[in-house]
Write a protein that binds this ligand. Structure first.
Ligand SMILES: [Zn+2]
Ligand SMILES: [Zn+2]
Length: 265
């Protein structure tokens, strides 16, 4: 309990000493660094420093080249920077004495935090599924989403390697919009954003250590394209798109169960 009280005191002090806009800007930058840049870098370092461990534990044995890795990191960081800059500009324009988000000096309760996570994950699952599936429509795919599918071999930074339109519609909105509209506590939104960004990096890393949810779901999407459009697998199960060849009914179908090892692929 003591640690909760210390966090409460620290958060209350931050709220008392800094303007809401300053806190929001710090939160935007910190969430990107803690949730994405640090985990994605760690996953990449595993590939480089421990290649035999990497070969043993990666879902796919294919590896991107150094040139591909450098290009992926560059575009991914550019997406992070421009979306953070747009958010920070919005905060400045409305004035630093205000915030788009709820800056309550009292910490959210555990029950509220849990309900925000459940709501956020459900909303993201639904939104990401339909937006992602729409991006695979033949009249849209080549212009926007094809860029994200450049990397069929797993690399953590590929989570944010996307066309700017896709980055806003599929990467940012499904995570941020539901809890913002719900009017959740700023710290709930930051914690949820960090979790979802880490999950995106894990999904693209090729490693499936924690299975929260199984990275194998989205890894298979990058390998086979027209399968597993969601992140949790629930919307794919509902729509029957969790099976390779679901859109080619005459061909032999390969059942994919989330969480199963796919060392044979
Ligand atoms: Zn992806
Ligand atoms: Zn896709």
């Amino acid at each position: 309990m003591l640690i909760i009280e210390k966090i409460q005191d620290t958060w209350a002090a931050i709220c008392n000493h800094y303007r809401p806009g300053d806190i929001e800007i710090a939160g935007v930058i910190l969430s990107q660094v803690v949730g994405f840049i640090i985990p994605a870098t760690i996953y990449l370092l595993i590939d480089i420093i421990f290649p035999s461990f990497s070969r043993k534990h990666k879902l796919q044995q294919r590896q991107p080249t150094w040139a591909q890795i450098r290009h992926c990191i560059k575009i991914s960081l550019m997406n992070q920077i421009w979306i953070a800059a747009a958010h920070i500009l919005g905060v400045y324009l409305q004035g630093l004495d205000h915030s788009f988000l709820i800056m309550d000096p009292k910490l959210p309760s555990f029950t509220m935090l849990a309900s925000d996570f459940i709501f956020g994950m459900a909303a993201r699952e639904i939104l990401f599924y339909y937006i992602h599936r729409a991006l695979h429509h033949p009249s849209i795919y080549v212009y926007i989403h094809k860029m994200h599918h450049k990397y069929t071999a797993p690399i953590s930074f590929a989570a944010e390697y996307a066309h700017p339109v896709e980055h806003v519609l599929a990467n940012v909105l499904p995570i941020v919009a539901p809890l913002t509209i719900k009017g959740t506590h700023f710290l709930s939104l930051m914690a949820f954003t960090v979790f979802e960004l880490w999950e995106a990096a894990a999904d693209h890393s090729g490693y499936d250590f924690l299975k929260l949810p199984p990275a194998s779901i989205h890894d298979l999407h990058h390998e086979k394209f027209r399968v597993n459009y969601s992140t949790l697998g629930i919307m794919d199960w509902i729509h029957g798109t969790d099976v390779v060849g679901w859109d080619r009914p005459k061909r032999k179908e390969i059942q994919f169960a989330p969480g199963k090892e796919r060392k044979d692929k």
